[in-house]
Design a binder for this molecule. Structure first.
Ligand SMILES: NC(=O)c1ccc[n+]([C@@H]2O[C@H](COP(=O)([O-])OP(=O)(O)OC[C@H]3O[C@@H](n4cnc5c(N)ncnc54)[C@H](OP(=O)(O)O)[C@@H]3O)[C@@H](O)[C@H]2O)c1
Length: 278
């Protein structure tokens, strides 16, 4: 694998995957939504940029020119995730790329979360085009709570006591590079969950210990979230996230760490490790 096209390369996941691929000696072409995002992708290590509109597919075929692998991730809670997967996988087939990895989510078939079900459908669409595609299903990232932990306040619009096996995004990105660069992962689906089960309250305790300052866990009322962070979202994205909060409130989000441990060949990073090293 010499050149990999990373879709959504300027986003949170795309930057981590770009950094990881680059550190493994792979050349990254970054697919970004607009030229203004080029600097962000270059800063993560991308060597070239393609401006692509995932909504229409404009620029996609050009982006695949000279590429032999692709890492596909969809914009978060995007309503057209399935059509986007169809466009990207179709372009990959036309370009004849050797390797295709799709970034899905842990428990994509959970019927309580519409955006998870779209991931399940997108996985199916990808496999229809490319039976040899690899699918990664990460748990929620530790990095989602990192800034809040440093600021001393983990706020959640769901139970503070339900269990999560959050995963380090850099571990996920390391696996992304492994499955793209090495053979043996064609047609396989991997759950990528972290090595410990922690509630938000327990994550606050760990963060306080590691960071050496108070970190409180605060349950936010849904109405407060809707009027605050939720106010700038589209109604569909807001509803998707409200369904996710309800699911988290009932049972958290828990998976098995064994596949991640095996793929990394070491113990996955814990929440304390992530707090210590970032
Ligand atoms: N966060 C988690 O804990 C977690 C866990 C498991 C799976 N995931 C999945 O990971 C995926 C990526 O999440 P993320 O947080 O990394 O997302 P993100 O930061 O929002 O990145 C998405 C990227 O897609 C780009 N984009 C949006 N619309 C586009 C369009 N029409 N054409 C081209 N590019 C477009 C965005 O461009 P701009 O930079 O211009 O905005 C952004 O760079 C999501 O599918 C999510 O479900 C997330």
């Amino acid at each position: 694998m010499t050149t990999v096209l990373v879709i959504g390369a300027a986003g949170k996941t795309g930057r981590a995957v770009t950094r990881s691929l680059t550190s493994h000696g792979v050349t990254v072409r970054a697919a970004v939504r607009s030229p203004e995002r080029a600097e962000t992708a270059y800063a993560a290590g991308a060597r070239s940029i393609s401006v692509v509109d995932l909504g229409s597919g404009l620029g996609l075929d050009d982006a695949f020119d000279g590429v032999d692998g692709v890492y596909h991730l969809a914009p978060n809670v995007h309503p057209d995730e399935v059509a986007i997967a169809d466009r990207v996988a179709g372009a990959a087939v036309r370009a004849g790329v050797a390797r295709f990895v799709f970034h899905s989510v842990l428990h994509p078939h959970d019927p309580s979360m519409p955006h998870h079900l779209r991931k399940a459908e997108a996985e199916k669409v990808v496999r229809t085009h490319l039976r040899g595609a690899t699918v990664l299903r990460p748990a929620a990232y530790h990095q989602n709570l990192l800034d809040a932990a440093h600021a001393g306040r983990l706020a959640a619009p769901y139970s503070l006591d339900t269990p999560f096996t959050n995963v380090d995004l850099d571990d996920v990105a390391e696996v992304a590079a492994t499955v793209l660069a090495r053979p043996g992962h064609e047609g396989v689906t991997y759950d990528l969950a972290g090595p410990e089960v922690l509630s938000v309250r327990e994550q606050a305790h760990v963060a306080a210990d590691v960071l050496g300052h108070p970190v409180e866990a605060v349950r936010v009322e849904l109405a407060e979230w809707v009027a605050g962070p939720g106010a700038s979202l589209t109604p569909q994205a807001r509803d998707d996230l409200l369904a996710m909060f309800a699911s988290y409130d009932r049972g958290g989000l828990v998976g098995e760490a064994a596949p991640l441990r095996r793929l990394l060949g070491r113990e996955p990073r814990s929440w304390a490790d992530v707090l210590t090293h970032t």
